[in-house]
Each structure stands twice: as C-alpha cells, then as structure tokens.
Design a protein around this ligand. Structure first.
Ligand code: SF4
Length: 86
C-alpha cells in the first residue's frame, strides 16, 4: 500500500491544500491553518513531508508545511551537509 492511501486529505476538498493568494492575507492564512490541522492529525504526515522535501518545489500544503517552509528545511539540510563535509 502506498502511503498516500492513508492520507486524511483523501477525505477533504483538495482545494483546501492548494491555497491561492498571499499567504499573509487573512483568508489564505486561515485556509493554510485549516489544511495544516488536517495534516497534523494525519497518520502518514511524516512520509508525506519527507516526500515533499525530497521532491523539490511543489505547490501546496504537504506534511503540514507550505512550500516556503519546505524550502527553508532544504536550505538548512544543505547547510548541515556542507558543514559536515568541511
Ligand atoms: S500529511 Fe496532509 S497532505 Fe500529506 S497525506 Fe496527510 S493530510 Fe494529506
């Protein structure tokens, strides 16, 4: 069974996980919070986040994170690898 088959988002409106607009605007921020709340209850959130980080830039909320948050995670991981190699 693929981890995606266990995602709670399968039972939600898919649009919830793909907010449009400025993430700092009230309505979009509320949508992001609502999507993240689903992810935080999701039994496959860890696998989902790992996939999304490894996949590179992907739109939407995955594993309880925005693309901006995942980009920051990738940068931190790159810095850690560079420091370990130095
Ligand atoms: S963590 Fe969120 S986006 Fe990922 S499968 Fe679960 S509910 Fe869906």
């Amino acid at each position: 069974m693929d981890w995606r088959d266990g995602g709670l988002c399968l039972w939600e409106d898919p649009d919830l996980f793909f907010p449009i607009g400025n993430i700092r605007s009230g309505r979009t921020a509320l949508q992001i919070d609502e999507a993240k709340a689903v992810c935080h209850r999701c039994p496959v959130a860890r696998q989902c986040l790992s996939w999304a980080v490894d996949a590179g830039p992907v739109e939407g909320i995955w594993g309880g994170t925005t693309e901006g948050e995942r980009r920051a995670m990738r940068l931190r991981a790159m810095r850690r690898r560079a420091e370990a190699a130095a």
